[in-house]
Design a protein around this ligand. Structure first.
Ligand code: F6P
Length: 503
């Protein structure tokens, strides 16, 4: 087998969010900040490994103006230079694509969040959102990717020239872009297409929620890639079974491959991770150190911490119910602990998220009223997006609480142990992707079992210092030894192997 040099390939990355966000300040001047979310951080790592263009949706007026240029623009931020190409769907189409189909429809299916006796109702609005939102927005992404695949290496355009893409590598990311690959393949059949799904892949029966033609499009769309990637082996198995049961395709469970339209698609697991060195550097910033001093001066004997986007999949309400139960069972811990909940606001244009936030605020008020005293409240709820405070809290926690109903990976479970200085205990949902790597050194919990989560809190808070130190040491070691760099390298190695194998 001949080795393949991927550095020769032009790289095009596509994800709903870009590496940076442009906003107009009050004087109308564009301001650039880092794009939000863990996916942006890890894709930045990919581009550090192999420079290329990043196709993303224009979310602000400033980005819409850049989209009008119909080319990748260079943006510098924090010493890095990105080439970003924005696509600008109409606001109505973007709403249908993002707020109706991607979230909640696909997100809820993939995280098992639909309460099937009651939801979802697939009516004209949802069908319209698919046909006039998800499909055309994916089409716009595909068009931009094709254009970048055809763009000259030296920046000159060769759009009108025939180009089969055999010098290009396209990395598609996530559930917003399931329909992009087949269009790119049809236009540039030589392109190597790779799609990473950052969220869980549920069992086949749950996909039956979607009307058959939509489900087929999702699967056929993903199978338009050469490699389909997930965070865990469990999601790989689910995907392979779906291909067998729902599409009746030829699947080889041993080699994790699917035969589709005469091609062999590789289905692989690469557990995403973090970059411990840059996380430590961020924690050493002035703002993070100031935040840590503030936290330390106010902390009680024990600090319990959760850090999440305000998302139903994170199981925030059952977490507070578990604390409530724990304090009922163990009143001796009253006034000795604080449960700090750092929750970033999310998707507030989607009704389910608005209602969820209200329910979270209500249970916090209830638990605080039930157990609080004149100068102590058990829960310190902060709905904010303040990374320095998060870094400070990572250093200080005694218990890091991650009880997700379902979670692609959960990077909080990896960030916390790297920065923590208290031999903190990780309470980790068995249904978070991170459980495959970290479960042995965490206290595992079933996310639905509130009683079990209350017991886990007790076990964590009464664990011997020796056991805490052993477990904390192992957690940070596993993360240090499996950094995001390995994640990138493993994917590039498989891409090179598949190209070399010529299958
Ligand atoms: O992969 C999950 C993801 O798309 C990540 O980008 C991030 O964790 C989260 O969901 C962000 O969601 P949104 O872009 O909708 O805010």
């Amino acid at each position: 087998m001949q080795a393949v040099d991927l550095t020769e390939r032009r790289l095009v990355v596509a994800a709903n969010r870009g590496p940076v966000s442009f906003h107009d300040d009050p004087s109308g001047e564009p301001v650039v900040t880092r794009g939000p979310g863990g996916l942006v951080t890890v894709l930045t790592e990919v581009l550090r490994h192999h420079p290329g263009a990043w196709v993303a949706a224009a979310l602000s007026d400033a980005e819409r103006r850049l989209a009008a240029e119909e080319r990748a623009v260079e943006v510098a931020l924090d010493g890095e230079v990105y080439r970003v190409r924005y696509v600008a769907p109409s606001r109505a189409a973007y709403h249908k694509y993002y707020n109706v189909v991607s979230n909640p429809m696909l997100w809820f299916i993939q995280h098992y969040l639909w309460d099937l006796g009651r939801h979802p109702d697939i009516r004209a609005e949802e069908m319209d959102a698919w046909h006039n939102g998800y499909v055309p927005v994916n089409g716009l992404f595909a068009k931009a990717v094709i254009d970048e695949v055809r763009g000259g290496r030296d920046g000159r355009r060769r759009r009108d020239q025939a180009c089969d893409g055999s010098d290009a590598l396209v990395l598609l990311h996530d559930y917003q872009l399931y329909l992009v690959a087949p269009e790119v393949r049809a236009a540039c059949p030589g392109t190597f297409l790779h799609q990473f799904v950052h969220i869980p892949w549920p069992q086949s029966d749950y996909w039956r929620v979607l009307p058959e033609h939509i489900r087929e499009s999702v699967f056929r769309g993903l199978l338009g890639n050469d490699v389909v990637a997930f965070h865990t082996r469990h999601y790989v198995r689910n995907f392979l079974r779906c291909c067998e049961y729902l599409l009746e395709l030829e699947v080889d469970q041993a080699s994790c491959t699917v035969r589709c339209d005469g091609r062999e698609v590789w289905v692989r697991a690469y557990p995403v991770s973090i970059d411990p060195a840059s996380l430590r550097a961020a924690a050493d910033s002035r703002r993070a150190r100031t935040a840590e001093r503030a936290l330390r001066s106010r902390r009680r004997e024990f600090l319990l911490l959760r850090v999440d986007r305000m998302d139903l999949s994170k199981n925030i309400i059952r977490g507070f119910a578990a604390l409530d139960r724990f304090l009922e069972l163990h009143p001796e811990f009253k006034e000795r602990l604080t449960f700090l909940a750092l929750l970033q606001p999310s998707r507030q244009d989607v009704e389910e998220y608005v209602t969820y936030r209200e329910r979270v605020e209500r249970i916090v008020a209830d638990v605080n009223t039930r157990h609080g005293t004149v100068d102590w409240m058990p829960i310190d709820l902060r709905i904010q997006d303040d990374f320095p405070v998060t870094l400070a809290a990572y250093a200080q926690y005694d218990v890091l609480f991650v009880n997700a109903i379902s979670d692609g990976m959960n990077l909080v479970a990896k960030e916390g142990p790297v920065l923590n200085r208290h031999d903190g205990v990780l309470v980790l949902s068995e249904y978070a992707g991170a459980y495959e790597e970290l479960g042995a050194f965490a206290i595992g919990v079933n996310p639905f079992n509130i009683e079990g989560q209350a017991e886990a809190l007790f076990r964590a808070l009464t664990m011997s210092p020796e056991e805490r130190a052993d477990r904390a040491g192992m957690l940070s070691r596993v993360v240090e030894e499996n950094s995001v760099e390995k994640w990138v390298q493993a994917q590039f190695a498989d891409i090179a192997a598949k190209l070399a194998a010529g299958c």
